[in-house]
Design a protein around this ligand. Structure first.
Ligand code: ZN
Ligand code: ZN
Length: 150
């Protein structure tokens, strides 16, 4: 697996560096209150990798399970026991390659001037995985940030 793609990321001041190896489990957009508040933007775009695909250096702080750089305030990946959620904007290369969202969350909060992504599954609230169509076979339990939004 040494030829797996590696993507690097960092905070604005460079005090925190991270990288993810291999392809993400899924890529999504979220319009929920928490994502709006924590990003200060209209929505958040993120990609999820298995936690073991993630490495980072530098000092981080966190609030409500969401990590950020204590120096510059940049949002940083949220590391769970099984999965890590990486904000696409934290990656160093833009535009990203191969990270196209396949679903959108909390679409009732989407700004009226944004349109739904044509190919993306749309969810009223958090992502619902029906057993029959489990796309990636990954367990949903223990997932962090998108559980408790309102
Ligand atoms: Zn920083
Ligand atoms: Zn959200």
């Amino acid at each position: 697996m040494s030829n797996d793609i590696t993507r690097s990321g960092s905070c604005l001041c460079g005090g925190v560096q991270f990288q993810v190896t291999g392809e993400p489990l899924r890529v999504g957009l979220c319009h929920c209150k928490d994502c709006r508040k924590t990003s200060g933007s209209a929505y958040q775009a993120f990609a999820v990798w298995p936690s073991q695909a993630f490495e980072s250096t530098g000092i981080t702080n966190s609030y409500g399970g969401r990590s950020f750089c204590p120096t510059c305030g940049s949002r940083l990946p949220t590391v769970g026991e099984e999965e890590v959620e990486v904000m696409i904007g934290g990656l160093d290369v833009a535009p990203t390659e191969g990270l196209e969202p396949s679903y959108e969350l909390w679409i009732g909060r989407r700004e009226h001037w944004l349109h739904s992504l044509p190919e993306a599954r749309q969810f009223e609230h958090d992502r619902v995985v029906d057993d029959s169509a489990a796309d990636d076979g990954e367990p949903e339990a223990g997932r962090g940030p998108h559980r408790k939004s309102a």
